[in-house]
Structure formats: C-alpha cells, structure tokens
Design a protein around this ligand. Structure first.
Ligand SMILES: [Zn+2]
Length: 244
C-alpha cells in the first residue's frame, strides 16, 4: 500500500500508456530503419546487370580487335600488291638480262604470290571474325540496354522508397523525442534497458488474458492488476504489460 501512496495507480497508468506510445513509435522506427537498410542494400547493381555489362564490353573489345586486324591485313595486302606489280614490271621490262637477277626476281614474284594468297585467306578469316563479333556485340548490347533500362526503373523506385523512408524516420524521431521528454528519467531508463534485453520490445499489450509479447496466458490476478493500472510484468517474457 505504501507504493500506492507515492505512485497512485492513475499516475502509473498514465506512465505505462506513455511508455506504450513510445514503444509503438520505437517499433515503427526500428522497422523503418530495417527497411531503409534493405533499400540501401538493394541499390547495388544486380549480378545480371553486371554480367550483361561485362559481356557488352568484351564484345566491343573483340570487335575492335578484329576490325584492327582486318585493317592491318588489308594494308599489308596493299603493300604486297604494289611489290608484285613493281617486281613483275621489272621482270618483264626486258631491262634485266642477268640470269641470276632474273631468277631472283622470278622467285620473289612467286614468293609474293604465295604471301598474297595466304593474306587473302587471312583477310577473309578476319572479315568472318568481324561479322561474328558484330553479331555478338549487337546481341550483347541489346541484353545490356534492356537490363540497364529495367535497373534504372527499379533503382528509381528504390530511390523514391529511400527518400520516403528517410522523411518518415525524421518525423518519427522528432515525435519520439517529444514523447520521451514527458516521461520521467527512471521510467525511461527501465524502458531502454528492457528494450535492449527484449529485442526492442519492452511494453506489450494484454489482450483479454494473453500477453501479445510472448503469447502466454497471464494469471487472473495479474490481469486484474493490469486493469487497475498497476505496473505488471508478464511471467512468460518479463515485459511490461498494458491493457488494450
Ligand atoms: Zn509475455
């Protein structure tokens, strides 16, 4: 009875309800913070997009490589052709009469002919590779463009969610501050400590005779005390009970 003298049930009831309001806000803040963490994490580019970008980059490099190769071969071909013409011109000019020189020229023309034939094959091969690389690049670009557009949409949604959550959190935290300001220091300390021990949930509702924190049945005696506005803790989870 002495406790009642210092803390009449009405005052305690008000305190308990204030703590319950605070608990509701804290639960919402915790949920929103968790969601914000998830939203921030989800804004990392997905593996499919990274793979599509990698494929497009590889395809572009491959195409560039074969285009360069084709260009080099074409240039070399031009050089060989010019040499063939100059050697043949010399060979059939009638100006060279020395048999050794003629034989050398003949051999050079033949050798250039072989190089030219080999180069023609290489040019054709390079062209085939250019076409293949072009096809692959087109396909890879298409996949990447689609994936990037899809990601842009998703990330825009995520960004909007992030802003919305940040704003909501800001408001909730402000309202929590004003709610906490009217609660006495001792009650706040007890509440914070209990929240730490009980996974963020210190004050729970009592529905008829069931604790909504741990779903156990609360004794009739305790239910009565809760209804009277006294400070009662659940026997199952040790949380502070509040009549709903
Ligand atoms: Zn409980």
């Amino acid at each position: 009875m002495q406790r009642l003298t210092f803390n009449p049930p009405g005052v305690i009831m008000t305190q308990i309800h204030q703590l319950f309001q605070l608990q509701k806000l804290d639960t919402e803040i915790d949920e929103k913070k968790k969601r914000l963490g998830e939203v921030l994490k989800a804004q990392k580019e997905p593996p499919a997009l990274l793979a599509a970008r990698q494929r497009a980059e590889t395809a572009a490099a491959e195409l560039q490589k074969w285009q360069g190769k084709h260009q080099d071969l074409t240039l070399e071909m031009g050089g060989v052709n010019a040499k063939v013409i100059s050697s043949e011109t010399q060979l059939y000019s009638g100006k060279v009469t020395n048999p050794k020189e003629l034989t050398d020229l003949q051999q050079e023309v033949e050798s250039l002919g072989r190089r030219k034939a080999a180069l023609e094959d290489e040019v054709v091969n390079a062209l085939v590779k250019v076409e293949e690389a072009q096809t692959e690049k087109t396909a890879a670009d298409e996949v990447f463009t689609t994936a990037a557009a899809q990601w842009e949409k998703t990330s825009a949604h995520l960004k909007a969610d992030q802003n919305e959550l940040a704003l909501a959190l800001h408001k909730l935290i402000q309202s929590r501050q004003s709610k906490a300001a009217v609660i006495d220091a001792a009650s706040m300390q007890e509440y914070e400590q209990l929240r730490k021990q009980k996974h963020g949930l210190a004050v729970v509702g009592l529905r008829v005779n069931m604790c909504l924190g741990c779903r156990t049945t609360v004794s009739a005696n305790k239910v009565k005390e809760v209804d009277e506005g006294r400070k009662v803790y659940c026997g199952g989870c040790d949380r502070l009970l509040v009549a709903l």
